[in-house]
Ligand binder design. Structure first.
Ligand SMILES: Cc1cc2nc3c(=O)[nH]c(=O)nc-3n(C[C@H](O)[C@H](O)[C@H](O)COP(=O)(O)OP(=O)(O)OC[C@H]3O[C@@H](n4cnc5c(N)ncnc54)[C@H](O)[C@@H]3O)c2cc1C
Length: 457
């Protein structure tokens, strides 16, 4: 077994968000060398581009945590490297025989709005998807922002029902009302104040009524009832806890509705639209009813005039060739749902698995999946194995057998091969002008809106 002791182990993590950085850190802590690639210049994923930017404290805290992990000496962060563009996953896996590859690429593809023909309104800015909207909202104040620009139109309809659709409602209402307050009344409220106080309070403190604004406003349409919105996870499967969670969901929606002054239509799904001279004029909705917990179409249709539609019906992981999928989700197995089906050393963690989740879940998934792998199947991995003294291995004959069986069943890169990949990554970093982690991050961190506001005060 000595040969296997001597080489270091190598893992590849795709995606440097909450889940990927945590998985990488867990591996690095156990002595494994880890290459973490991300398509963007910055790591952080949805924390930068998804989590609305009014969560200043949360964003900075989580980004600092990610920095701490990615600074680990056993981790080599390679930015601006996109799987599918700069390399194919299957090529990487075949060529470099990583001990493990971890898919932590999140869920960046918006689930398409299932209304035939509606996609053409993306061009006119009358159809916006949530991921694009959030990226614009978070970064539009930056001088060098290159993403698509949007204008929220009065009379906008938002389709969705999760927590992020409520964030979308806040954004559209702040955009609409903020503009009128500024243009009509010369009142300049920044987004942080508006988000904290809410629209209702701001109007009250200026002795204004909703009618004074001359706005149609915005409507949220959900396929189920307010009580069934996935806004609160029930404490258990107990029917009482489930009812409690529904009470909370309903209360939460009502609080948001009142504070940000938007309309809500439950039990309806968009099925068609009306246009005039190539412009979207209305959405056609079909009523649903609850049958055994599922929203079922009733055949009853109604027309809802709209200037624009924002789809917030969920994100899904992109499909990469060679990975098995079950519907929109990566097909995984094991108690943690992290081992990709059909592979022994390919894992998926965080939003990449289902498209859903939050920061805590993504982190926990990344941590637990790697811990499990190291402690059970992959016990022999370098750091762990080196810490085991010979006596321990002798004492646990059976275990050692299992370990050696497993090692021998793997295609094993030599130490030279490990060094070679490490060097390749270093060369690529040099090419893009990467010096140190901290210098790179400092160079690419965008200017924050709160800093601009502070300076302009
Ligand atoms: C509007 C909104 C509000 C939210 N609010 C909250 C909240 O209040 N609290 C909370 O806990 N959570 C919130 N979340 C959820 C939370 O942000 C995510 O669950 C979490 O950040 C996901 O982490 P992740 O590491 O799984 O994925 P991501 O953060 O998406 O990371 C994936 C990384 O992979 C990279 N990547 C993708 N494809 C490739 C590729 N082909 N090659 C290389 N790299 C790639 C991406 O650039 C990204 O950096 C919110 C999300 C949204 C959208």
């Amino acid at each position: 077994m000595t040969n296997h002791h001597e080489r270091e182990h190598l893992a590849l993590v795709i995606g440097a968000g909450v889940a990927g950085s945590e998985a990488a850190y867990q591996l690095a802590r156990h002595g494994i060398r880890v290459i973490v690639v991300d398509q963007n210049a910055l790591p952080y994923g949805k924390i930068e581009d998804g989590l609305p930017m009014w969560h200043i404290g949360l964003r900075d805290r989580v980004e600092e945590e990610i920095d701490k992990k990615l600074r680990h000496p056993k981790i080599k962060f390679l930015p601006l490297f996109k799987i599918g563009r700069d390399a194919q996953l299957s090529d990487l896996m075949n060529e470099y025989k990583f001990d493990a590859v971890i898919l932590a690429f999140g869920a960046w593809k918006d689930r398409p709005l299932p209304v035939p023909g509606i996609e053409k309104f993306k061009e006119t800015g009358q159809l916006i998807y949530q991921n694009d909207l959030l990226k614009w909202f978070n970064h539009k104040h930056e001088p060098g922002f290159e993403g698509p620009h949007f204008e929220i139109k009065d009379g906008v309809t938002v389709i969705g029902g999760g927590l992020s659709s409520l964030d979308v409602m806040k954004i559209v209402m702040m955009e609409l009302v903020g503009k009128v307050l500024k243009e009509k009344y010369g009142l300049d409220y920044d987004v942080f104040t508006m988000e904290k106080k809410g629209i209702k309070k701001i109007l009250e403190e200026n002795n204004l009524k909703w009618e004074d604004l001359g706005l149609k406003g915005a409507t949220l349409v959900y396929r189920r009832s307010a009580r069934e919105m996935p806004l609160k996870v029930a404490a258990s499967d107990d029917p009482k806890d489930k009812e409690k969670a529904k009470d909370v969901a309903e209360r939460l929606l009502n609080t948001y509705k009142e504070k940000f002054m938007f309309d809500f239509i439950p039990h309806a799904v968009p099925v068609d639209f009306k246009e005039e001279n190539g412009k979207l004029k209305a959405l056609i909705f079909e009523r649903t009813e609850n049958k055994d917990g599922k929203p079922v179409l009733t055949g009853q249709r109604f027309e809802h005039p709209t200037s624009q539609v924002i789809s917030s019906i969920g994100s899904i992981p992109v499909k990469l060739p060679g990975i098995p999928y079950e519907g929109d989700a990566i097909k995984t197995e094991g108690p943690l749902g992290s081992k990709v089906s059909g592979y022994d050393n390919l894992f998926a963690v965080g939003n990449a698995v289902t498209g859903k989740g939050n920061i805590k879940m993504a982190k926990e998934h990344g941590r637990q999946a790697m811990k499990d792998w190291i402690e059970t199947k992959r016990e022999p991995v370098a750091g762990v194995l080196r810490q085991l003294n010979d006596k321990f291995i002798e004492d646990t004959d059976k275990r050692a057998d299992r370990i050696s069986d497993y090692i021998l069943s793997q295609p094993i890169p030599t130490q030279e091969e490990v060094e070679h990949v490490w060097e390749l990554v270093e060369e690529r970093r040099k090419k893009i002008g990467y010096t140190t982690y901290d210098e790179w991050i400092a160079r690419h961190k965008p200017v924050r809106l709160e800093e601009i506001l502070r300076k302009n005060k």
